[in-house]
Every structure is written in structure tokens, then in C-alpha cells.
Design a protein around this ligand. Structure first.
Ligand code: FEO
Ligand code: CA
Ligand code: CA
Ligand code: CA
Length: 659
């Protein structure tokens, strides 16, 4: 080993590739943007007319009671003064607000008696890293303590640590590579559960805490659903296909009404190699190749070389449920929710009490999915609810040109998902979810990222489509009504309304909330139609309980404030109220960072967000000799290296965020 890789890329390197070469229908060159009645109203400046009810009701509203998340009043206006674009190496929030970093990479998670302090020179050991905050914080949720309460002063934060930067994780970067170094990386990924509490000094991590937990790429996990025990899930180390070591590349997230956390495995294929070069069709469809992507794990651990362990990759790409209230609980991978590059999982309760879970597959030309549970949510039966994600129907979305849409079931025996076509049973349909979706004719989207649901309108769902500069390129799918821009550098946000407000139905209507852009661009197709503060590459997306929609951006480090994004500064967060057609910038992040992850206390007076990868260079890992070359956030230049961190945001007058 010890062979340093020149300029190796470790970050989400495959996220931008195209693995979908299926020839399922794409709408041919529809150049006109599908404009809903609401979009027309917006572009003609008739603000607020359709504010509360995008797309009209599309069916009856009478089933909406009890399925909506919020018990607050819907707000009609944004109350903060926007901040300008920024290239400053700090987090900037509006006047009257305070943002403070805590729970930084390397901070002890708070496991009693095992709380190693962060060492600023990256000399923490592999074992210490497993007891500390991981790197590159991403999706996150807040759970009030005790379970079932709506306490806004004490709770648990569960959060993802998506990937690692070997240039920051080690004094000597990826040089002198060995298994111990790979293990430190594995211990820096996964999930944290930390207890947090508001005191006189503001929010603090509670240490020690009986809830504190780190889940890593080696934590044992269970498996549920049709792919549990399937031949495609069996390995030498797990001949039954029922026990998987770890979760990794945990991107966005979800949470359930019974107080569990969902972590979603996104760019896991970057970890795997097939060193033989005999890439199978299944591997190709998921982006696994001969070359590894800078993680180097497969060089020292055969588990990650599929020529040696052909089924190990099949055990990643799932949604994992974690009970944050029980640090001894075993996380479970729910195969019913499909296998792809999961961004997040937005759980909604349908009018009849079942669950509809919305999920994006983040790669160019991939799909949007929905899982509908077989059984019903029971507010007073947590044990039964814990099984709800084990059984149900997975669908994939088709967005029709006329503004209608269909959820197409991915069910063995239907729509050509038969043994003759390579799907022997439902387990195989799920392991090969992308291939099943190709066959039924799903719509190829511009990189589906986060999905969220309007807390005041049942079945009203929004999804960020972050960008796709291959749309319309030679040999690639052209534009369609739902992905209307060729060379889509800025991305858009799509919205759909389930028929009758009912997430169990298979029909919906859709429109485009906004085309992101740079209004100063000399190219018309890059300007977008934002009214207010410009942004591009929307990624994180969540409603708060007042109906404000928060949008976080992830412009890649190679593009941020450059090229078509010149003048737009660092990544940022903007707010809107759907229907108002107003976008207002709330926060700008430090240099080289992405703004991601969002959680609120129930009173909406505290917002938690994550700053991921401050200091990320345009390509490859950070230079271990100059870790602060781009950013020294949050600790300052003397502190040694930049650190991903959670940021707690409060209003100085103690008021509601955004008011
Ligand atoms: Fe990890 Fe699609 O962002
Ligand atoms: Ca993301
Ligand atoms: Ca992204
Ligand atoms: Ca990023």
C-alpha cells in the first residue's frame, strides 16, 4: 500500500455521472415549460392569489384532517431582512439573529466515560473517531425529550456524516495508506445521535448522555422486507443475507411520527470497485466500475471489491431506520423502500392512516419514488409502527407532458417485472430497483435531491432537482415538460399534488415551483424565474411548521462563485412561501462549504442546520500540508483545520424563526 493517489477524487464523485442508459421513454424535445395556473399567476405578478392551495385541490380536501404535520398557523409573509451574497469565511444570518457552531467534526458525542477530545492536528486515533462526531454533516432531525413530548428545550439530534476528506482526516492525507486508515474513514461516516439542551448559555451538547451514539460503516444492521435473506444479499460473511455491517454515504434523511430517524445511503457505489474489470450490468446501472474513487478502502479491505465479494454492494443503497431513543437498538435496512442512491425519505401519513414515503435517486436522469405502507400508523402502538416500513408497495413517478402524473408500481409480475425479464421475485425487483423503474417507463429527472411535504395541504409535495448539465447533450435525453431546460446548470423545484390529497392514490398533478438561476446571466436559459434573491443548485428542502419553505444550495466546489455562478458567492439558504413567489436569502455559508441538513424545535424558535465540507477544494481532497488554505471555519486560522459542524440559529428576541 502506501501508494499516494494523485489528485484523487473522494467527494460524491459519481453523483454527477450518468448510469441510466435505458431507452425508456423521454418526452421528445418539448421546449415549452409546463406552466401551471399558479406559475402563470407568479410570472404575471399576481402575488399570493393561489398562495395556500397550489394546483387547486385536485379532488376533495375533506380527507385532510389528522394527516397534516403542523398545529401552528400558516404564515403569509417572511419577516426577516435578507442577507446579500457573501464570499466571507463565516456563517451570516439576518439582523436580529444569531448563528453559532457546535457539535463539530471530532467533538466527543458524549458516550459516558469515553469522550476523547478533538485534536486539531488530526492525530485522533481510529478508535477515538468512533466516539466523536463524524465528518461532513448532512441530513438531520430533532426529537424532543422525552419521547412523545413537544419539548423545545431538550432533545436528540440525529444526523448523517456523509463522506470524508482524507486530506483533513489525516496529518499525511492518503499517504502511507493501510487498513487502520480505512477504518478511521469508516468511523468518520455514518450517523450521530447527540443529546442537546438549551440553557442560560444557549444550546449545548449534553455530555455525557445515555442517548449518545455513533453508528459507523461497521455497525451491525438488520434487514427487513422482500430482499431480506435473498440470494443476492448473501455473502461469505453473512450466508443468510440478514445482517449487514454498517451504513455509509448517508446523505439526506427522514423521520417518522413514532420518533425514529431514517438515514439514506446515497453515493455508496463510490466506495466499491470491481477490480477484475468484469463489470456486471447491475454494477454498471449503479455506477460501480473498476476504478475506485479515492476512498481506497477496497485496497485494504476485500469487502469493498465486488470481484471478491460480488453481493456486498447489494447490501447498500437502502433506507435505514434508527431508534435514537434506544442506543442499544439495531438499525434496520428496509428493502421495501428500494435500492438506489437515496437522497432522503419524506414520511407522510395518508388520510386512511397509511404512510406515503417520498424519495429521490440523486444522479442525472434518475427517478422519483414513493413507498406506500400496507399497514396503518397507530399513534399509540410504537412497536407496531416500527414494522410499517417493512411491507408495502414501491412506485416510481412518471410526469406526463400535460401536467398529470402517474405512480407506476414496481411489483413483481406486473408491467414486465417478470422472471423472463430478469426479475425472479420481489426481492430481485428491489435489489435492481433502477432497472425495474427503467422497464416501467419512469421519467428521467434532473438529479432528484430532497423532498418535503406542505404541512398545510395534504399530498402537496416538493422536490429539488439540483442541476443536470447533460440534459439535452448529444446522446443524452432531451428536455421534457418536467425537466424543461437543456444544460440545466441551476436546477429547479418541482411540485406535485396527489389526487384527493391522498398519498395512496396513483394519480397526481404537477407543476414547477421555480426555475433557479442567475438573473444577471447573459444567457436566457440561466436566468431562471426567481422573484427575489437568486440561488442555484437547490438541494436541502424542508418546510417549517409555519409553512415557510427553506431551500439550501449545493453548488459544487468547482463552480461556486465561478463560471455561470460568478458573483453569487458561497452556498446559501433562502426561504419562500409557496404561492407568494418571493425568495429571500436567510443565510450564507463559509468558504468551500455546502449548506445542508435542517431541523426545528417544535416551537419553531430554534433552527439547526449543518455546514458540510468547509474548505473543500475544487477537486480532490484538501492538501494535508495546508488544511486551512480555503477555510478555517469555525475555529479560526489558529485552530488547525476546517470542521463540518451543526449551527444553531436563534432569534435574539427569542421569537419564531423567520417571523
Ligand atoms: Fe448527498 Fe444528493 O446529495
Ligand atoms: Ca444533498
Ligand atoms: Ca447535492
Ligand atoms: Ca456538496
Amino acid at each position: 500500500m502506501g501508494k499516494p493517489l494523485k489528485n484523487h477524487l473522494i467527494k460524491n464523485s459519481h453523483a454527477d455521472d450518468v448510469s441510466n442508459e435505458s431507452d425508456n421513454a423521454v418526452f421528445s424535445k418539448v421546449m415549452n415549460v409546463h406552466l401551471s395556473r399558479r406559475s402563470m399567476l407568479q410570472s404575471s405578478g399576481a402575488l399570493g392569489v393561489a398562495a395556500a392551495l397550489p394546483l387547486g385541490l385536485f379532488g376533495s380536501q375533506n380527507a385532510q384532517a389528522a394527516v397534516l404535520e403542523s398545529n401552528m398557523q400558516r404564515t403569509r409573509s417572511l419577516g426577516f431582512k435578507p442577507v446579500p451574497f457573501s464570499s466571507e469565511d463565516k456563517v451570516i444570518v439576518p439582523e436580529g439573529y444569531t448563528a453559532r457552531a457546535f457539535y463539530k467534526w471530532g467533538d466527543p458525542v458524549g458516550i459516558p466515560g469515553r469522550m476523547p477530545a478533538f485534536k486539531t492536528d488530526a492525530s485522533n486515533t481510529t478508535q477515538e473517531q468512533a466516539l466523536q462526531a463524524g465528518m461532513h454533516h448532512d441530513g438531520m432531525a430533532f426529537f424532543s425529550l422525552p419521547l412523545g413530548s413537544d419539548n423545545s428545550n431538550r432533545g436528540l439530534l440525529a444526523m448523517n456524516h456523509e463522506y470524508v476528506d482524507n486530506g483533513l482526516l489525516f496529518k499525511d492525507g492518503a499517504a502511507n495508506w493501510d487498513l487502520n486508515k480505512a477504518r478511521k474513514g469508516q468511523n468518520a461516516m455514518g450517523v450521530s445521535v447527540v443529546e442537546v439542551q438549551k440553557s442560560g448559555n444557549g444550546w449545548q451538547v449534553v455530555r455525557p448522555s445515555r442517548y449518545a451514539r455513533r453508528i459507523t460503516a461497521n455497525t451491525p444492521m438488520g434487514v427487513t422486507g422482500p430482499a431480506r435473506g435473498h440470494d443476492l444479499m448473501k455473502t461469505r460473511a453473512d450466508s443468510r443475507g440478514e445482517r449487514i455491517l454498517g451504513t455509509m454515504q448517508n446523505c439526506a434523511n427522514g423521520y417518522t411520527p413514532w420518533g425514529t430517524y431514517l438515514t439514506c445511503e446515497e453515493n455508496w457505489s463510490d466506495i466499491f470497485t470491481n477490480s477484475s474489470g468484469n463489470i456486471t450490468p447491475l454494477e454498471k446501472r449503479y455506477g460501480i466500475g473498476k476504478e475506485e474513487d479515492g476512498y481506497l478502502w477496497s485496497r485494504v479491505d476485500e469487502r469493498f471489491d465486488s470481484s471478491k465479494n460480488p453481493n456486498e454492494p447489494n447490501r447498500f443503497g437502502w433506507v435505514v431506520e434508527i431508534d435514537p431513543f434506544d442506543p442499544k437498538s439495531t438499525p434496520r435496512k428496509h428493502t421495501s423502500l428500494g435500492r438506489f442512491k437515496h437522497e432522503g425519505a419524506k414520511v407522510t401519513v395518508t388520510p386512511d392512516g397509511r404512510l406515503a414515503v417520498y424519495m429521490g435517486d440523486d444522479q442525472r436522469f434518475e427517478y422519483i419514488y414513493k413507498f406506500v405502507s400496507k399497514n396503518k400508523y397507530q399513534p399509540n402502538n410504537r412497536a407496531a409502527n416500527m414494522r410499517l416500513l417493512e411491507e408495502g408497495t414501491l412506485y416510481v413517478a412518471r410526469f406526463n407532458e400535460d401536467g398529470s402524473g402517474d405512480w407506476l408500481p414496481l411489483v413483481h409480475g406486473q408491467n414486465g417485472l417478470t422472471a423472463a425479464n430478469g426479475f425472479a421475485d420481489q426481492g430481485e425487483v428491489l435489489v435492481k430497483t433502477r432497472m425495474a423503474a427503467d422497464r416501467v417507463g419512469a421519467t428521467k429527472m434532473d438529479r432528484p435531491e430532497w423532498i418535503t411535504a406542505d404541512p398545510f395541504v395534504a399530498g402537496s409535495i416538493y422536490c429539488t432537482l439540483t442541476n443536470n448539465n447533460q440534459r439535452g447533450a448529444e446522446g443524452k435525453p432531451g428536455t421534457d415538460a418536467a425537466n424543461p431546460r437543456a444544460d440545466n446548470r441551476f436546477g429547479h423545484i418541482i411540485h406535485w399534488q396527489e389526487a384527493g390529497g391522498d398519498g395512496t392514490r396513483t394519480a397526481f398533478k404537477w407543476d414547477i415551483l421555480v426555475l433557479a438561476g442567475n438573473s444577471q446571466s447573459h444567457k436566457a436559459e440561466h436566468r431562471g424565474n426567481i422573484n427575489g434573491d437568486d440561488f442555484g443548485s437547490p438541494d436541502g428542502l424542508a418546510f417549517d411548521s409555519r409553512g415557510v419553505l427553506w431551500i439550501q444550495t449545493d453548488v459544487s466546489a468547482s463552480t461556486v462563485n465561478l463560471k455561470e455562478y460568478a458573483g453569487m458567492g458561497n452556498n446559501q439558504m433562502v426561504a419562500t412561501i409557496p404561492g407568494s413567489n418571493e425568495y429571500r436569502r436567510f443565510l450564507t455559508g463559509p468558504n468551500g462549504s455546502e449548506v445542508t441538513g435542517i431541523a426545528f424545535t417544535p416551537d419553531n424558535k430554534t433552527m439547526f442546520i449543518n455546514i458540510q465540507h468547509p474548505g473543500e477544494p475544487a477537486a480532490g481532497d484538501s492538501d494535508p500540508a495546508k488544511p486551512t488554505a480555503i477555510s478555517s471555519w469555525p475555529d479560526g486560522p489558529a485552530a488547525g483545520r476546517p470542521r463540518a459542524a451543526t449551527v444553531v440559529i436563534t432569534k435574539n428576541d427569542g421569537g419564531v424563526i423567520g417571523s
